[in-house]
Write a protein that binds this ligand. Structure first.
Ligand SMILES: O=C(O)C1=C[C@@H](OP(=O)(O)O)[C@@H](O)[C@H](O)C1
Ligand SMILES: C=C(OP(=O)(O)O)C(=O)O
Length: 448
């Protein structure tokens, strides 16, 4: 079942090659943060290119429930009239964050240092994901959490007004946890410090600086130390959301494994905390090039050109790269199936607590498609079969996980037999135009 209604089985079959331009939607991480920081600032924030996926729409609804005005102006343009740091009003009903870990965790952080109580819930996937990683540090500010056993949603957070600042070392490589603490620290009295041992995506830090917060980052031997002054007046901004590298991953990988392909994916942000997949593909021998490499808004941006790559080889993906491509391992494992030799992926236990256990979901589906996969708690490995030898011909479960559904549909574009997913509905959480965009390149995707 998809989160909103009946299951939507989908199938993809081998196509003659993908060609053309793929204009992928706005970045999901930056879209959530635009709405939340817009709601926490004073005045009118205008957002262009917002991702209108269900995850982000749910965050927009939540911001309205906390008192901000959030208005859809059409064609990806949005207006947020913020209430200022500490200016939220108490929601009069449960906040449903749908399928979105980012949404619920960042919003819990944002309300944890206010004088109010809010109850959060989500779909079956989100309600099975761990929340203690966020509520533990929020407790340091004095916020209390009452949830289901194992720290699961539905969960009520009782915020702590007038909180003192904290010092916190994030125990797992998670931008969501880091961001929840930073958003809580915004309404605490003095300077909070957040330390992360492994660099994760830094959109919250960059955007906080853009909204006028006093924030600095220091790289040290023990990791990155982020210092944030509490109780700033955030100033509304005009934001242009860059296109999502995690969505670009799908047409890029599809082109690499599908004979006859040549696809251009324009305007993709190559922030080093997000670009690990592209580095990995190039190491595997993919014909992937950065055209028109430039700087926009202080970040590297390029047009990605991906072509069919018949000579892919398996590699070892190092643990240090994991955070910079954490959402891309499912589709990387599909590319690995078409390479010669074994691809090993290490330091990836976070994959087990995403919308699904992504190692388990991909391993089962790949095996059903004729590919050998080994796994341990923190690693997995795909035995590449080489181009032309991936059987396919299976129906797999997408487990309320958009990236699992999209990854197997990409596999089916190049495998000998079609691939079917039991439910393509979750794709709309992050990439609502996936079907039409891939179809426009020549992919054959059918609703069955
Ligand atoms: O901060 C963010 O926007 C995100 C952080 C990552 O999650 P974790 O922080 O749990 O690794 C990522 O998987 C998610 O899609 C988006
Ligand atoms: C893990 C993801 O999202 P979230 O944690 O926000 O649900 C994802 O988009 O792959």
């Amino acid at each position: 079942m998809s989160s909103h209604g009946a299951a939507l089985p989908m199938l993809s079959r081998k196509c003659k090659g993908l060609t053309g331009e793929a204009h992928v939607p706005g970045d999901k991480s930056i879209s959530h943060r635009s709405l939340i920081l817009g709601a926490m600032s004073v005045g009118e924030t205008r957002i262009t290119g917002l991702l209108e996926g269900q995850d982000v729409l749910d965050t927009g609804r939540a911001m309205r429930a906390f008192g901000a005005e959030v208005e859809d102006l059409g064609q990806g343009n949005w207006r947020v009239y913020g209430v200022g740091v500490g200016g939220f009003t108490e929601p009069d009903n449960v906040i449903d964050c749908g399928n979105s870990g980012t949404g619920v965790r960042l919003i819990m952080g944002a309300m944890a240092t206010t004088d109010m109580t809010a109850t959060f819930t989500g779909d079956a996937s989100l309600n099975s994901r761990p929340m203690a990683r966020v509520t533990d540090p929020l407790a340091l500010f004095g916020a209390r959490a009452y949830g289901r056993r194992g720290g699961r949603l539905p969960m009520t957070i009782v915020g702590a007004a007038d909180a003192a600042p904290v010092q916190y070392t994030v125990p797992v490589p998670s931008a969501q946890v880091k961001s929840a603490v930073l958003l809580a620290a915004l309404n605490a009295r003095g300077e909070s410090q957040v330390i992360e041992r492994e660099a994760t995506r830094d959109h919250t830090e960059r955007m906080l600086a853009g909204f006028g917060a006093t924030i600095e980052t220091e790289e040290t031997a023990e990791g990155r130390i982020i210092r944030l002054q509490g109780q700033p007046e955030l100033k509304a901004q005009d934001i242009t959301v860059p296109r999502d590298p995690s969505s670009a991953a799908f047409p890029v990988c599809a082109a690499i494994i599908t004979e006859g392909s040549d696809v251009l994916v324009p305007n993709i942000g190559l922030n080093p905390t997000r670009a690990g997949l592209f580095t990995t593909l190039i190491e595997m021998g993919a014909d992937l090039t950065y055209e028109n490499l430039r700087e926009e808004g202080g970040e590297p941006v390029a047009d990605l050109r991906a072509k069919f790559s018949p000579n892919l080889k398996g590699i070892e993906v190092p643990p240090a790269r994991a955070a910079s491509m954490i959402d891309e391992y499912p589709v990387l494992s599909v590319v690995a199936a078409f390479a010669e030799g074994r691809t090993e992926m290490h330091g990836v236990k976070e994959l087990r607590v995403k919308e699904s256990d992504r190692i388990d979901a991909m391993a089962k589906g790949l095996r059903a498609a004729g590919v050998t996969v080994d796994e341990g708690e923190d690693w997995w490995a795909v035995e590449g079969r080489g181009h032309g030898n991936v059987t396919g011909g299976a129906t797999v479960e997408s487990r309320l996980d958009h990236r699992i559904a999209m990854s197997f549909l990409i596999l089916g574009m190049a495998s000998e037999q079609p691939m079917q997913v039991d439910d393509g509905g979750p794709i709309a959480t992050s990439f609502p135009i996936f079907e039409s965009l891939m179809g426009g390149l020549g992919a054959i995707i059918e609703r069955v």
